[in-house]
Design a protein around this ligand. Structure first.
Ligand SMILES: NC(=O)C1=CN([C@@H]2O[C@H](COP(=O)(O)OP(=O)(O)OC[C@H]3O[C@@H](n4cnc5c(N)ncnc54)[C@H](O)[C@@H]3O)[C@@H](O)[C@H]2O)C=CC1
Ligand code: BAL
Length: 508
């Protein structure tokens, strides 16, 4: 059976003219067709047109990938490849990604719809940084000598877990791949990854680079449907850990599948409804700029989007005016146009979900302050949208919209604010704007959120500024565990306690 290929062409004047590459399943260092030659149609969200047909994995393909990963773990990776060597390979991979940044960013912009400049300066650059960062950790995550008493030497050893499963979404396709494989490979695990079926192309393009650097089987990449391939990974008896980024609904299913199979540990990076808080003593221009960025970046398709804006009553009108002007100035359009800030929703399904939330906001009596409709005539573009007169019980104030829709609420004082900000099932991120640092820290301590930004909203930026060193993850139903930073290493190591007798008397 022949391996499918993608033949992509880019708009006239773009630095990359065309690309042709295999889009078969990447198993044991080779591209192969999916079982029965099945394929999945991939569309460009900026036009709605089909751009490729990629191999679709089956449950048997997952087994093939797991076998390859197990063999690589037993023979060439894990403790058979010293940390400094693994680190060197991850850094080489980072260099190769940087060398192919224009190609990868072009594929990402076409497949996901995000502006090319953001993919180039953000996603792809940050992915290379992430692999380099974890390459640096590969020989530094040591065990410890633990003080017990003089009769024994007690040490801990940090070992890889084995074959790990990773399931990623479509909002930052290549960056999420890097967040996942960086710590896993650095710590000596081998990987079976499933990309999102709507945005598999950048990962497939990069498999050509992975094949040049990594021994066969160390990293296996499949695409396929969640209920088939994702479910097979979560419930696989030979996969010893699973990490997931996506919806809270699917996170729950993955945890259940893990519990009902081999009790594999689970890391979940899920939804959010993050509060962005502006006090009356804030620098209002600064708050308006970050407020617009924090929600409308990536067309609002960020789990950490600042989707609930809380503004203190005394400055409400003045601040809303500044914010609205900022949002109105954001260019929506073609991902390959040099100044675009908002691209389309990444799929028709997402477009429909976001549109349904906008309708719900109107039906529940919120005021549509800005936008609210389709932008243009082709693809899945939406106008930047702001709702005011929102009450905490409304659907748009409680449910993750994952699109360019901001809901604005007022607050009186700190107590009123904290109660409203924490009134959500989620707890991923938050931000506080005020010139009073004591107030900012007081509020930061009370917010139920894995991240608090003070006078900024900077998870991923346009200028390669993600703090890879800082942990990222959620309180409450936003997830379990932390990605990034040193914290992510713990997701991928098993700790062994070794007790060595020096002079303990025999017990009997
Ligand atoms: N935390 C985040 O960064 C993300 C959050 N979301 C949230 O999820 C909502 C729905 O988007 P979807 O694409 O439907 O998310 P999803 O959670 O269904 O998709 C994410 C990934 O999970 C896989 N998946 C789906 N069902 C699965 C299953 N039963 N077992 C294992 N894997 C499975 C998908 O194929 C994809 O690779 C969005 O509107 C947004 O609210 C979506 C993407 C990313
Ligand atoms: N899922 C990681 C980054 C984000 O969606 O905001």
């Amino acid at each position: 059976m022949s391996v499918p290929r993608a033949s992509l062409t880019f708009p006239q004047g773009h630095s990359v003219k065309s690309l042709d590459f295999p889009v078969g399943l990447f198993i044991n260092g080779e591209f192969v067709a999916g079982e029965g030659g099945k394929t999945i149609e991939v569309k460009a969200p900026s036009t709605g047109k089909v751009i490729a047909h990629v191999a679709e994995a089956s449950v048997n393909d997952v087994d093939r990938a797991v076998d390859a990963a197990q063999k690589a773990y037993d023979t060439v990776w894990g403790e058979r490849c010293p940390g400094h060597q693994r680190g060197k390979l991850l850094m080489k991979l980072a260099d190769l990604i940087e060398e192919h940044k224009a190609e990868l960013a072009s594929v990402e912009a076409l497949d996901n719809g995000k502006p090319y400049s953001m993919a180039y300066n953000g996603d792809i650059s940050l992915a290379a940084n992430c692999l380099r960062y974890y390459g640096g950790w590969a020989d530094k995550e040591h065990g410890k000598v633990v003080e017990v008493d003089d009769s024994k030497l007690a040490i801990t050893k940090h070992e890889p877990i084995g074959v790990v499963g990773q399931i990623i979404p479509w909002n930052f396709p290549f960056l999420m791949l890097a967040w996942k494989i960086g710590p896993a490979l650095a710590m000596g695990n081998t990987v079976v990854m499933k990309t999102a079926e709507t945005t598999p192309l950048s990962a497939f393009y990069a498999c050509q680079l992975f094949a040049k650097v990594l021994p066969p089987g160390v990293l296996n990449i499949l695409t396929g449907y969640g209920h088939v391939v994702g479910a097979a990974i979560s419930s696989h008896m030979k996969i010893l850990k699973v990490a997931f980024t996506g919806s809270t609904l699917v996170g729950r299913q993955i945890m259940k599948a893990a519990a009902q199979s081999n009790l594999k540990p689970v890391t979940l990076e899920l939804g959010g409804k993050s509060p962005n808080i502006v006090f009356d003593d804030a620098d209002l221009d600064q708050a308006a700029s970050w407020g617009a960025f924090g929600l409308f970046f990536n067309a609002g398709q960020c789990c950490a989007a600042g989707s609930r804006l809380f503004v203190q009553e005394s400055i409400y009108d003045r601040f809303l005016e500044k914010l609205t002007a900022r949002v109105k100035s954001l260019p929506v359009g073609d991902p390959f146009a040099p100044n675009s800030f908002l691209g389309p929703a990444t799929s028709e399904m997402q477009f429909d979900r976001i549109s349904a939330h906008i309708q719900a906001g109107k039906d529940e009596g919120a005021t549509l302050h800005l936008g609210g409709g389709r932008h243009g005539t082709q693809g899945y573009f939406l106008q930047p949208t702001i709702f005011t007169d929102v009450t905490p019980n409304m659907k748009i104030a409680q449910e993750e919209i994952f699109g360019p829709v901001l809901v604005v609420q007022k607050f009186k004082d700190e107590d009123d604010l904290v109660a409203k900000a924490n009134d959500t099932i989620y707890g991923l991120a938050s931000a506080v704007f005020s010139r009073d640092i004591s107030r900012c820290l007081r509020i930061a301590n009370k917010l139920q959120a894995g991240t608090v930004w003070i006078n900024n909203w900077k998870l991923l930026s346009l200028h390669n500024q993600l703090e890879t060193q800082m942990p990222f993850g959620g309180y409450k139903q936003s997830g379990i565990g932390r990605e990034l930073g040193e914290y992510a290493l713990h997701n991928y190591t098993a700790v062994k306690a070794i007790h060595i007798n020096i002079s303990a008397p025999n017990p009997l």
